[in-house]
Design a protein around this ligand. Structure first.
Ligand code: ZN
Length: 323
C-alpha cells in the first residue's frame, strides 16, 4: 500500500510554530520588543498607516485590531499585480520593499520560534520508515525544516524532487521523497543559473541581510534568493525546479493507495493545491483511502466538501502517533 502524507501548518504548530494569524504579533515581540531589528520597520510603518489616521503601535497587543499576515500579503500582492499604489506613502517601489520585508518576517519568525528537537515529527517519520511501509512519500506545505530533520534522523536524506520524476525517487538508497510545494527555509535559488541549492541548515532568514551572501552550490554566484511562496491568494510558482517538485507531488498522489492529510486545512487560498490533488486523484481511477487528522471541525467539513463523505476523519491534533 503506497501512502502519501501531506503535512500542513497544524503539524508544525503542534511542535511550537506560530499559526499564520499570530505571525505579525509574535514577530513584533521578537524583533521589536526583545531584539530590535530595523529590517522590519517598513512592516510596522505600513500597519500604523493602515487604518488611515496615524495609529501608534507600541506593544504587540496593539496588533490585535489589525488583519493577519495573509490579508496583508493579499493586499500588497493585489496592488502590485494591478500596477497600483496603496497610498501616497506606499507607492509601488515601497510595496515591493514591503513584500520582501513580509517574507523576511516569515522566515525570521519561523527560524526563531521552532525548537531544534521536534519529537512528534521524529516519532511519526521513524514509525513510518521503520514500519516497512511500501514507498512512503511526504509532501509538505510548510517552509520549516522539521520534517526534513525527522527524515534525516532515520538515517535517510530527504529527496526534494528538483529533478527527475517521482518514480526515480522511490529508490531509497538515495533518499525519501519530501516534496515541499511552497519552498523551504534551507533552500536558496540562484537567478543566474536557475538552480536551487539545498543546505543542511536554514538559510532563508540570512538571504535578506545585505552583508551576508549565500553562494550558489552550482555556479558559485552569490546573488541567491530565498524560495518562500508567500501565503497569498496570488501565488506564483515561476521557478523551473519548483514546477518539477509539483509534478513529482502530483505523480505520487496519483499512484497512491492512501492519502493522509495532517494539520492541513484546505484553505480556499490554496486553490493550486486543491486542484492539483483532485487532478492527481482523477488521473488514476482507483479506490483510495483518504485520512484526515485535524482538530478543527470547520477544516474537517472542508474535506467532506472537497473529497466526499468517505474520508476517514480523525478530529484530533497531530501527536506523532501513526494512523
Ligand atoms: Zn547558480
Amino acid at each position: 500500500m503506497k501512502t502519501v502524507y501531506v503535512f500542513g501548518a497544524g503539524a508544525s504548530a503542534a511542535e511550537g510554530a506560530p499559526v499564520l494569524r499570530d505571525f505579525i504579533k509574535i514577530a513584533y515581540q521578537y524583533f521589536k520588543e526583545e531584539n530590535y531589528s530595523t529590517e522590519l520597520d517598513i512592516v510596522w510603518e505600513f500597519l500604523e498607516h493602515f487604518h488611515g489616521s496615524k495609529i501608534v503601535i507600541s506593544h504587540a497587543e496593539d496588533l490585535k485590531i489589525f488583519p493577519g499576515l495573509e490579508d496583508i500579503f493579499n493586499i500588497v500582492d493585489w496592488s502590485l499585480l494591478q500596477n497600483q499604489a496603496f497610498s501616497m506613502r506606499f507607492p509601488r517601489p515601497r510595496l515591493h520593499e514591503l513584500k520582501t520585508a513580509l517574507v523576511k518576517l516569515l522566515s525570521m519568525t519561523l527560524d526563531k520560534s521552532l525548537p531544534s528537537y521536534n519529537g512528534m515529527h521524529q516519532s511519526f517519520v521513524s514509525g513510518v520508515v521503520r514500519g516497512g511501509e511500501e514507498e512512503p512519500t511526504f509532501i509538505s506545505l510548510n517552509y520549516d525544516i522539521v520534517l526534513d530533520n525527522a527524515i534525516r534522523a532515520t538515517g535517510y536524506l530527504p529527496e526534494y524532487g528538483f529533478y527527475g520524476n517521482h518514480r526515480d525517487h522511490l529508490d531509497y538508497n538515495r533518499g525519501i521523497p519530501l516534496y515541499k510545494l511552497h519552498g523551504s527555509l534551507n533552500w536558496s535559488y540562484c537567478p543566474l543559473c536557475g538552480e536551487i541549492s539545498e543546505h543542511n541548515e536554514k538559510v532563508a532568514h540570512l538571504l535578506f541581510k545585505d552583508k551576508l551572501t549565500i553562494t550558489c552550490l552550482n555556479c558559485g554566484s552569490d546573488n541567491s534568493q530565498a524560495i518562500i511562496i508567500a501565503p497569498t491568494l496570488y501565488k506564483s510558482y515561476d521557478f523551473n525546479r519548483l514546477q518539477n517538485i509539483w509534478d513529482c507531488a502530483y505523480m505520487s498522489i496519483s499512484l497512491s493507495d492512501r492519502l493522509v492529510f495532517i494539520g492541513y486545512s484546505l484553505a480556499p487560498a490554496d486553490t493550486s493545491i486543491i486542484a492539483t490533488v483532485k487532478r492527481a486523484l482523477n488521473t488514476v481511477d482507483k479506490k483510495r483511502e483518504i485520512v484526515v487528522i485535524n482538530p478543527s471541525e470547520k477544516a474537517c467539513q472542508r474535506y467532506r466538501q472537497i473529497f466526499g463523505k468517505d474520508c476517514r476523519i480523525l478530529s484530533q491534533k497531530f501527536t506523532g502517533e501513526l494512523v
